[in-house]
Design a protein around this ligand. Structure first.
Ligand code: BTN
Length: 249
């Protein structure tokens, strides 16, 4: 399914916008859009995704099956992590909800991000029309600005050798096909289990997050709820974290 139709452009604002416009014109589910560079790449929470030429993989695809929509962010994280592991051997992990991080010598706080997933849904007000699932994978960090350099990393700087970007792309699409087929065949339980196995910091790690009214909350991670929310034990009980970002402390 994912990758049966393939579109490449040297440069675009955002591959998510490219896929979104194509989806609105009737492009089928599974079509993949890849750009060599993005001039307006975006990340979660209104952030910019730094996307210079030749330094990363910038990929978006279209999903039309509404039943898959709630699981696409987690499925995207699993697909990117499994694809990077399969194509390069780098033992990456997932940080909730869908950051893919490199495992350094330090604890969770020392983990640096090398890929991220952005799922954007379009609905007509009552029904979901389609979701664009985009992911960016840093291949090289040499071109990164200093403000990103201490939080981000790339496959090549972790491995200390060049990687075959085509193989990384192919393996992420293979893993995405596998994750989505599994949800279709037997529900999300296996996906949640895989996600948890790839995300050790989702169990027994001390975290902080922003609560209502800007308050900083803290707790200890306790896995995922059946709907994909991150659970954290706090002095006042079990909290469900549904959106935003968590910080390791
Ligand atoms: C994040 O971690 O904040 C998500 C980053 C997602 C970046 C990718 S790159 C391809 C696609 N096009 C975009 O504009 N964003 C996503």
């Amino acid at each position: 399914m994912f990758g049966t139709r393939f579109h490449y452009v040297d440069e675009v604002g955002s591959t998510n916008d490219l896929a979104m416009r194509a989806a609105e014109r009737g492009e089928p589910e599974g079509s993949v859009f890849v750009a060599g560079a993005q001039t307006a790449g975006r990340g979660r929470l209104g952030r910019t995704w730094f996307s210079p030429a030749g330094a990363g993989l910038y990929v978006s695809t279209i999903v039309r099956r509404a039943a898959l929509a709630p699981w696409l962010t987690l499925a995207g994280g699993v697909a990117v992590a499994e694809g990077i592991r399969a194509s390069t051997g780098l033992p990456v992990e997932i940080k909730w909800p869908n950051d893919v991080v490199a495992v350094g010598s330090g604890g969770f706080r020392a983990r640096r991000k090398l890929a991220g997933v952005l799922a954007e849904a379009v609905s007509d007000g009552r029904h979901m029309q389609h979701v664009v699932l985009g992911y960016g994978i840093n291949l090289l960090t040499s071109a990164f600005p200093p403000e990103l350099a201490d939080r981000a990393t790339s496959i090549e700087s972790e491995l200390g050798r060049p990687v075959d970007a085509g193989l990384v792309l192919a393996q992420t699409l293979v893993a995405l096909n596998r994750a989505v087929t599994q949800i279709e065949m037997s529900g999300p339980a296996a996906l949640l289990a895989k996600w948890l196995a790839l995300a050790p910091s989702a169990s027994a790690a001390r975290i902080e997050w922003d609560g209502p009214g800007g308050a900083t909350l803290s707790g200890v991670t306790a896995g995922l709820a059946a709907d994909g929310a991150l659970l954290a034990r706090t002095p006042t009980g079990l909290e469900r974290i549904l959106s935003g970002e968590v910080r390791w402390v």
